[in-house]
Write a protein that binds this ligand. Structure first.
Ligand code: S3P
Length: 194
């Protein structure tokens, strides 16, 4: 499926969401379910879904492992930031970030300063996330060293928490239950930052 097409869907069930929200952004570590939940959520509310990794791969014509191998992580992060800026130009879109995107200050500023953008942290303990990743057939260069991956998780966790307006604990939830939890919480959350 091409996740990067911007078809400008008209929201089917806009009443489910506050009218001022035009982008829902899912953040969290690898294995959090950002892409799976994002697709289901977008389908539920009649919005587009965009996966930042796929968007980046399409823009560069290279896979994520190729980008790491050819350019190194620092350049990967620069490319990821430009892909994020482009992605945030879309409305009525559920955007699944890559797990490392919020570590960059530029990206956090982009997310915080793009109007009508609501960020949700899908949280789970590191062992749960690591096990989920091991069951997936996705090449993730930063998971090659599990000890370093756990350190990244520890470093990033407070960043995800601070960035997001809403945190959902997903360890004991199915993807469908997580979507319900997100929609319920969204309707109970005040949407103004002031
Ligand atoms: C990364 C997470 C990946 C991808 C890249 C780096 C990270 O995205 O962006 O492999 O640093 O956590 P997912 O979180 O979608 O796996």
């Amino acid at each position: 499926m091409d996740t990067t097409l911007d078809t400008h869907k008209t929201p089917k069930r806009q009443t489910l969401l506050p009218v001022t929200v035009r982008r829902l952004v899912l953040t969290g570590f690898m294995g959090a379910g950002k892409s799976t939940i994002g697709r289901l959520l977008a389908d539920r509310i009649g919005w587009n879904f965009l996966d930042l990794d796929s968007h980046l791969e399409q823009r560069t014509g290279s896979t994520i492992p190729q980008l790491f191998a050819i350019h190194g992580e620092a350049q990967f992060r620069r490319l990821e930031s430009t892909a994020l800026a482009s992605a945030l130009g879309r409305s009525y879109t559920v955007l699944a970030l890559g797990g490392g995107a919020p570590e960059e200050l530029t990206n956090r500023l982009l997310l915080e300063q793009t109007p009508d953008t609501f960020t949700i942290f899908l949280d789970a303990p590191f062992p749960t996330l690591f096990d989920r990743c091991m069951l997936q057939n996705i090449a993730r260069p930063v998971l090659e060293d599990p000890v370093a991956a756990q350190l990244r998780f520890t470093r990033r966790h407070p960043i995800y928490s601070r960035l997001a307006r809403l945190t959902i604990e997903t360890a004991d939830l199915t993807p469908e239950q997580t979507v319900e939890a997100v929609l319920t919480a969204l309707n109970q959350t005040p949407h103004s930052r002031t």
